[in-house]
Design a protein around this ligand. Structure first.
Ligand code: HEM
Length: 190
């Protein structure tokens, strides 16, 4: 696994991180999860296209291609394996998103939507105990994938700033720490 992917995944507590059991559970229910695919793709993109800020990310006529991107991601996820290649791909998605100005608020918000959609389907179609296990596996997947997409977005931004302006992540961290003290003091007083 590459360094940036490992560093990011290491931040997540092990009881929250996506595990072998989570992988087995998703693969066990793969056929059912794949039946929910059309609703997932449609609901995801309806949300993005019904909101001006997120709709503005897309070029004219791009929706079918992006729906296919998400479909491919969902199928690759459910087909496994959850190997280094898979997690490194999620880190790469952060980079692709920077290029297209898809920010972390958009990604975090839409992950909430994905988890709620799959959770509701699970409760409708499985006995409660099994549905809860599935919901927990989806949340662990969300933890890993969101961490990789949003942290790599931030870390790659730092790398780009360093390359363009010679300002390393460590130096930037010190400058930010100084500014944050002022900002916290102002926030407290207001
Ligand atoms: C919520 C979870 C999300 C996941 C799992 C996800 C996943 C992906 C994946 C797998 C790719 C393709 C990367 C590759 O080339 O291999 C991608 C690209 C892209 N995503 Fe996302 N995405 C998410 C959220 C979003 C949101 C919220 C938006 C828009 C507001 C968005 C817009 C895009 C765009 C525009 C591309 C670039 C396509 C290109 O130019 O090739 N994504 N995403």
């Amino acid at each position: 696994m590459n360094e940036i992917t490992r560093q990011i995944l290491d931040q997540i507590p092990s009881n929250v991180k996506f595990s072998e059991e989570d992988a087995e559970l998703l693969i066990k229910h793969k056929d059912k999860l794949l039946e929910w695919e059309d609703g997932l793709i449609e609901g995801f993109y309806d949300s993005l296209f019904n909101h001006d800020t997120t709709r503005a990310v897309f070029e004219e006529g791009e929706r079918p291609a992006r729906e296919q991107t998400l479909r491919d991601w969902y199928r690759r996820t459910l087909n496994g394996p959850f190997d280094d290649n898979y997690w490194e791909w999620q880190t790469y998605v952060g980079l692709v998103h920077i290029k297209r100005k898809v920010n972390n608020a958009m990604v975090a918000g839409m992950w909430g939507w994905i988890a709620t959609y799959l959770g509701r389907k699970a409760l409708e179609e499985f006995p409660q105990e099994e549905a809860l296990k599935l919901i927990s596996a989806v949340h662990s997947l969300q933890a890993n994938v969101t961490a990789l997409i949003v942290e790599s977005y931030l870390k790659n931004m730092f790398v780009a700033i360093d390359k363009a302006a010679g300002l390393s992540e460590a130096l930037l961290g010190r400058l930010v720490a100084t500014e944050i003290d002022d900002m916290l003091a102002k926030a407290k007083s207001s």
